[in-house]
Design a protein around this ligand. Structure first.
Ligand code: CP
Ligand code: NVA
Length: 302
């Protein structure tokens, strides 16, 4: 039996694979919009393990599997024996003997790695404390749909150097664009990852300077899941990094802005930008469905 192909970070795909995946995601989107069948994963089963909350990830994977002719089962960490201490490795051996693919959303990235190393089937990272690669597939699709190729562009991340930021950093080095991370001291992305990204990623303290002339502005919540206790302190420090009209006006003409959602309106992003008629934020959320359908096809194609 050949080793399964996992998707734990964006680095598990090549730049060419990401480009083909986006093309396929756009094709799948068009098939669905036309009501045409695309049951390429007939009879396949996806197990979804969640130890953190989710709206988009859960719905997009479950609906996506159904639309591809397969099915998905939701396993909450608490309700399985995982929540009572059954080792991750044992759980991986058992679950992967019964299903065709596993998606996991949890805290420690090492837990997803442990699961993958004991799994007979592909494992997808549906968000960990360190990475959120599925989100970036949808974000890249959204950029390509609206503006074409992202290579050579400049992207500005605003706020906390978190899991979503880390996955954007991987995208910058894979697809060869510049990412400027605007954050205050103490909120930088992981130092090792930063150095691995070389000239593709740099830190800038002044948000207005960072936004200047960029093609895409991105932000995310200031307190991620698991950091709820730090909400007030984070909101105070990160307030100058709010994505709003003033900052958008500094970006290049026609610049886009994104947010993975859920958003805290008037914290990391203004209500005005959330509700602006030209925003791609809702398209970005929908694209989770299409990009992940393309991802599941790719992982099961080997
Ligand atoms: N963006 C995202 O992953 O949303 P959920 O937390 O709702 O899945
Ligand atoms: N950074 C956020 C993303 C939510 C989709 C979190 O980890 O909570």
């Amino acid at each position: 039996m050949t080793a399964p192909r996992h998707f734990l970070t964006l680095m598990d795909l090549t730049a060419d694979e990401i480009r083909s995946l986006i093309t396929r995601a756009m094709e799948l989107k068009s098939l669905r919009n036309q009501g045409l069948p695309h049951k390429t994963l007939e009879g396949k089963v996806l197990a979804m393990i969640f130890t953190k909350a989710s709206t988009r990830t859960r719905v997009s994977f479950e609906a996506g599997m159904t639309q591809l002719g397969g099915s998905a089962l939701f396993l909450s960490g608490q309700d399985t024996q995982l929540g009572r201490g059954e080792p991750i490795a044992d759980t991986a051996r058992v679950i992967s003997s019964m299903v065709d693919m596993v998606m996991i959303r949890t805290f420690a990235h090492a837990d997803v790695e442990t699961f993958a190393s004991h799994s007979k089937v592909p494992v997808i990272n549906g968000l960990t404390d360190d990475y959120h690669p599925c989100q970036i597939l949808a974000d890249l699709q959204t950029y390509v749909e609206a503006r074409g190729e992202i290579s050579g562009r400049t992207v500005c991340w605003l706020g906390d150097g978190n899991n979503v930021c880390h996955s954007w950093m991987n995208a910058a080095r894979l697809l060869d664009f510049e990412l400027v991370v605007a954050c205050p001291e103490g909120y930088e992305p992981d130092a090792e990852l930063l150095s691995a990204c070389g000239h593709h990623v740099r830190i800038e303290r002044d948000p207005a300077q960072a936004a200047q002339g960029t093609d895409l502005l991105i932000t995310d919540v200031w307190a991620s899941m698991g950091q709820e206790d730090e909400q007030t302190a984070r909101a105070n420090t990160l307030a100058p990094y709010q994505l709003n009209r003033q900052l958008l006006d500094k970006a290049a003409p026609g610049a886009l802005y994104m947010h993975c959602l859920p958003a805290h309106r008037d914290e990391e992003i203004s209500t005005e930008l959330m509700d602006a008629s030209g925003t791609v934020i809702w398209q970005e959320a929908e694209n989770r469905l299409h990009a992940q359908k393309a991802l599941m096809e790719l992982l099961l194609s080997d």
